[in-house]
Design a protein around this ligand. Structure first.
Ligand code: ADP
Length: 785
C-alpha cells in the first residue's frame, strides 16, 4: 500500500469514516495551516481524532494513530475567521511517522486496503446488525426512520458498519474502535456488540423513563387535584378559614395543661373540624365542644389558706351572731385540715330564706381563698341538668356542675348547691342520683358529664348545700350531709344585723357614706316590726336598700344632704306599715283559735276559724288544706263527738249543724297534723260558745282519744309567735327538749305551757264563760278531771 506524506487535521469529538460526506468548521490556527498545505497537494488531508476533545493544542501523543484520508471538496470562509469545509472520506489511514507538529502536523501515513468480499459469515453479521439497528432506531427515536432504508441497501459489509456507526451517538473511543477494525468482519462484530450494549441501555432507559413518568403522572395528578380543590374551597370561602381555625385551637391547646386523655380527645375533635366545611351544622357543635374543653380548669387550682384564726375572723366580720353555726363550720374545717383530705360529709345549711346561708358559704370561700360558685337546684327535675346532654342532642350543653366549674375557673372552688330540697323527680330521670355521684367522695374524682364525655375530677371541690326544709331532702343525699340548722333571727338579732352589716352594705352599694344617713335603733326596730315579717333578714335588707335609694336621690338633689330617718318620717320612705305589730287578733273571740305553723320562710301565726250553720253535721274545710290537715280536722271532730257530754255540748249537734273550718290566708296551701289541737279548740269554742284567749297560741297533733303528740319546727314556731307578740304558747309535752334551742331572751319573755291532753289545752286557752258562769265552768271542770 502506498505511503504518503500528508498534512493532519486533529478532530475534536468527531470521527470521520470513509465514504462519509460532511461539513467541518475549522478554527484552530494549526488546522487552518494544515488545510492550506492540503490545498496545495491534491486537496487531500488526514483527519485524526484527538483522544480528549478539550485539549486545544494537542501533542502527537494526544492523537489516535488511525484516521481517515479525506478529499476537501469545498472551503468557505465564515465571518470570524472560521473556515467551513466540505469533506468526503476516502480511506482508512495509519500514521507511520510524525514529520512535524509545528506549525501544523505533518505525518507519513499508510493507506489501508479494505476487502469488501462478502462471506456467509459477514452476510449473517450484516443482517443481524441491520436488525439491531432497526430496533435501535425504534427505541432511541433519535434517528429518522428513512435512514434505515438507505442503510439496508448497502452491500459492502465494511461500509455498512461505517455508515451505521456514523449515525449512532457513541463515545469517541467506541467509534474509534470501529474505525480501527480494518477487517469488515471484525468491524461488524464490534458494532454488533456495541449495538447490543446500547440497546440494553436504551431498554433500561425506557423502563426508567416509564417509571419516572408514571411517578410524575401520579404526583402531578395529586398536585393538580389538590390545587383544584384549593381553588374550589377558596371560591367557597372555606379552606383558609378552617385551617386557621384549627391552628388557633391547636395553639390554645398548647397554652392549657390538659390531662392526656383530654388532650387526645381534643386533638381528635380538631382533626374532625378541619375536615368539615365550616358552615356544617356539625362544625358548630364541635366548635362549642372545643371551647368547653379548652376552657375547663382541668388542672388549675388555688392554694388553700387553712388558718382557722383567719377563717374565724372572716366569719365574724361578715356575720353577726350565728355562734353555734360558726363553731360547727370551724370544727368542720379543722377536721379537714388535720386529716389533710377533702373527703368527708358535705355541709348542708338548713334554714328559712334570708338567714345567711349563701353569705356564710361565700365567707368560707373568702376565708379559704377559694373561688366561689353557686347554682340553684330549685325546680331541677331532669338528670341531664346535673349531668348534661349527650352531644347528639340539638343544643346540648354540659350539666350545671360542669358549668359551675367553668365559671369558677378553678377545679377546687367552694361550690354552693342551693335548694337541694327543691329538686323533683320525674320520667326524665332522677337528678338526686346524679347529685349523689357528684357528692360522693369515692366517685367524684371521675365525674362523667354526658356532654364533655371525658371524666372530670371533682374531688378537690368543696361542696356546700342549702335547704329550707330538711324533710324534703332526698334521704340518700341527707345521709351524706352534715346538717347545720339556722332557725332564724329574733328581733334583737335583726336590729343588730341591720346596724352592723345591712345598713353599711346598702350605703356602699348606693354610693353613700355614713354621714348621709342617720337611722336610729328604734326606727330599725320599727321597720323590723311593721314592714317585715320573716325569719331571715332578706326583706329587712330590701327595705333598707329602699331607704338608701331614696336617700341617694335626695343627696344628689340637694348636694350633701343628710337624711335622718325616724318613726315619724318613715312612711315617706317605705309607705304605710305593711304588718300590724302585736297580736294577730286583738280581741277574744268565739270560734277562733291561734295556731302556729312552720313554713318555708320560718314560722307564722295561723288563725283557725270555725263557724256553725244549720245543717246535717257536714264538716266543711276551706283554706287549701292538705290531706293530713283534713284528716286531722276529722280526728278532732270525732274526738269532740265522743266527748260531747263532758264538754257540755248538745249531743245532737251533728244532726243540726254543719261545721265550717276555715284557715286564712285561703290561697296558701297548708298541711300537716300540727294544727290538730288548734282546730279542736276552735270547734269546741264554737260549740260551747266560750271565747278563746287571743294571747295564746298553740301547736300539737291530736289523737282520737284527745292525746297531744309532739310536732316539728318548734323553734321557728316559737320565734314566729314571739314576733307576733304572743305571750303564751301551748306545746306538746314531748317538745320540751326543743326549748333548749330557743334564744334565751325569747325564752324569758314567753310562757310555755306543756300539755299531754286536749283537756289541758282547753283549760289554758278557753276563757271562762262570763254569763251563766257556774254552768259553763262546771261542765269544763268535769272535762278537766
Ligand atoms: P339565704 O341564703 O339563707 O337565703 P342570704 O345568705 O342570701 O340568705 O342572706 C340574705 C342577706 O342577709 C345577705 O345580704 C346576708 O349578708 C345577710 N345576712 C344574713 N344573716 C346575716 C348575719 N348573721 N349577719 C350579717 N348579715 C347577714
Amino acid at each position: 500500500m502506498s505511503i504518503k506524506e500528508l498534512p493532519l487535521l486533529p478532530l475534536r469529538g468527531v470521527i470521520v469514516f470513509p465514504n462519509m460526506v460532511l461539513h467541518l468548521d475549522v478554527g484552530r490556527e494549526c488546522s487552518k495551516k494544515a488545510l492550506d498545505e492540503a490545498m496545495l497537494k491534491e486537496n487531500l488531508i488526514l483527519l485524526v481524532a484527538q483522544k480528549e476533545a478539550q485539549i486545544d493544542e494537542p501533542e502527537t501523543g494526544d492523537l489516535y494513530l488511525l484516521g481517515t484520508i479525506v478529499n476537501i471538496k469545498q472551503m468557505l470562509k465564515l465571518p470570524g475567521g472560521t473556515i467551513r469545509v466540505l469533506v468526503e472520506g476516502l480511506n482508512r489511514v495509519r500514521i507511520k511517522d510524525f514529520l512535524h507538529s509545528q506549525p501544523y502536523f505533518k505525518v507519513m501515513a499508510e493507506e489501508l486496503e479494505e476487502s469488501e468480499i462478502k462471506t456467509a459469515e459477514t452476510e449473517a453479521l450484516m443482517r443481524s446488525v441491520l436488525v439491531q439497528f432497526e430496533q435501535y432506531i425504534k427505541l432511541s427515536k433519535k434517528i429518522p426512520l428513512e435512514i434505515l432504508s438507505t442503510v439496508s441497501e448497502i452491500e459492502e459489509p465494511g461500509r455498512l458498519a461505517d455508515i451505521i456507526t456514523s449515525h449512532l451517538s457513541l463515545k469517541i473511543d467506541q467509534k474509534q474502535s470501529i474505525l480501527e477494525a480494518v477487517d469488515p468482519k471484525d468491524r461488524l462484530e464490534i458494532l454488533a456488540e456495541i449495538l447490543g450494549h446500547e440497546m440494553e441501555i436504551l431498554e433500561l432507559e425506557r423502563k426508567i423513563n416509564l417509571r419516572v413518568r408514571k411517578q410524575m403522572e401520579k404526583t402531578q395528578k395529586e398536585y393538580y387535584l389538590r390545587e383544584q380543590m384549593k381553588a374550589i374551597q377558596k371560591e367557597l370561602g372555606e379552606r383558609d378559614e378552617r385551617t386557621a381555625e384549627a391552628e388557633e385551637y391547636r395553639d390554645k391547646m398548647k397554652d392549657v395543661d390538659l390531662p392526656e386523655e383530654v388532650e387526645k380527645k381534643v386533638i381528635k375533635e380538631i382533626e374532625r373540624l378541619e375536615k368539615m366545611p365550616s358552615a356544617a351544622a356539625e362544625a358548630v357543635v364541635i366548635r362549642t365542644y372545643l371551647d368547653w374543653m379548652l376552657e375547663l380548669p382541668w388542672s388549675v387550682q388555688t392554694e388553700d389558706r387553712l388558718d382557722l384564726k383567719i377563717v374565724e375572723k372572716i366569719l365574724d366580720e361578715d356575720h353577726y351572731g350565728l355562734e353555734k353555726v360558726k363553731e360547727r363550720i370551724i370544727e368542720y374545717l379543722a377536721v379537714r385540715s388535720l386529716t389533710q383530705k377533702i373527703k368527708g360529709p358535705i355541709l348542708c345549711l338548713i334554714g328559712p330564706p334570708g338567714v345567711g346561708k349563701t353569705s356564710l358559704a361565700r365567707s368560707i370561700a373568702r376565708a379559704l381563698e377559694r373561688k366561689f360558685v353557686r347554682i340553684s337546684l330549685g325546680g331541677v327535675r331532669d338528670e341531664a341538668e346535673i349531668r348534661g346532654h349527650r352531644r347528639t342532642y340539638v343544643g346540648a350543653l354540659p350539666g350545671r356542675i360542669i358549668q359551675g366549674i367553668r365559671q369558677a375557673k378553678s377545679r377546687n372552688p367552694v361550690f354552693l348547691l342551693d335548694e337541694v330540697d327543691k329538686m323533683s323527680t320525674d320520667f326524665r330521670g332522677d337528678p338526686s342520683s346524679a347529685l349523689l355521684e357528684v357528692l360522693d367522695p369515692e366517685q367524684n374524682n371521675s365525674f362523667s358529664d354526658h356532654y364533655i364525655e371525658v371524666p372530670f375530677d371533682l374531688s378537690q371541690v368543696m361542696f356546700i348545700t342549702t335547704a329550707n326544709n330538711r324533710f324534703t331532702i332526698p334521704q340518700p343525699l341527707l345521709d351524706r350531709m352534715e346538717a347545720i340548722y339556722l332557725p332564724g333571727y329574733t328581733e334583737e338579732e335583726k336590729v343588730k344585723i341591720a346596724q352592723r352589716h345591712l345598713i353599711n352594705k346598702q350605703l356602699q352599694e348606693n354610693g353613700l357614706s355614713e354621714k348621709n344617713l342617720r337611722i336610729s335603733e328604734g326606727t330599725i326596730r320599727h321597720i323590723v316590726r311593721e314592714y317585715t315579717r320573716e325569719a331571715g333578714v332578706r326583706n329587712l335588707e330590701r327595705e333598707i336598700a329602699n331607704i338608701c335609694r331614696k336617700t341617694a336621690r335626695e343627696v344628689v338633689k340637694n348636694n350633701g344632704y343628710r337624711v335622718t330617718i325616724s318613726r315619724s318620717n318613715l312612711h315617706k320612705y317605705l309607705g304605710p306599715p305593711r304588718f300590724r305589730y302585736g297580736l294577730a287578733e286583738t280581741e277574744n273571740e268565739i270560734g277562733v283559735a291561734m295556731g302556729v305553723a312552720w313554713t318555708e320562710s320560718g314560722g307564722d301565726l295561723l288563725a283557725i276559724e270555725v263557724t256553725l250553720m244549720k245543717g246535717k253535721g257536714k264538716l266543711i274545710l276551706t283554706g287549701k288544706l292538705g290531706d293530713i290537715m283534713q284528716e286531722s280536722a276529722h280526728a278532732a271532730l270525732s274526738f269532740i263527738r265522743s266527748r260531747v257530754e263532758a264538754l257540755g255540748i248538745d249531743e245532737n249537734f251533728h244532726n243540726e249543724y254543719d261545721i265550717h273550718i276555715h284557715v286564712p290566708e285561703g290561697a296558701i296551701p297548708k298541711d300537716g297534723p300540727s294544727a290538730g289541737i288548734t282546730m279542736a279548740a276552735a270547734m269546741i269554742s264554737a260549740l260551747t260558745r266560750i271565747q278563746v284567749d287571743h294571747q295564746v297560741a298553740m301547736t300539737g297533733e291530736i289523737t282520737l282519744r284527745g292525746r297531744v303528740l309532739p310536732v316539728g319546727g318548734v323553734k321557728e314556731k316559737v320565734l314566729a309567735a314571739h314576733r307576733a307578740g304572743i305571750k303564751r304558747i301551748i306545746l306538746p309535752v314531748d317538745n320540751k327538749k326543743d326549748l333548749a334551742e330557743i334564744p334565751g331572751n325569747v325564752r324569758r319573755r314567753m310562757e310555755f305551757v306543756f300539755v299531754e291532753h286536749i283537756d289541758q289545752v282547753l283549760e289554758k286557752a278557753l276563757l271562762k264563760k262570763e254569763k251563766d258562769e257556774s254552768k259553763e265552768s262546771g261542765t269544763l271542770k268535769v272535762s278537766l278531771q
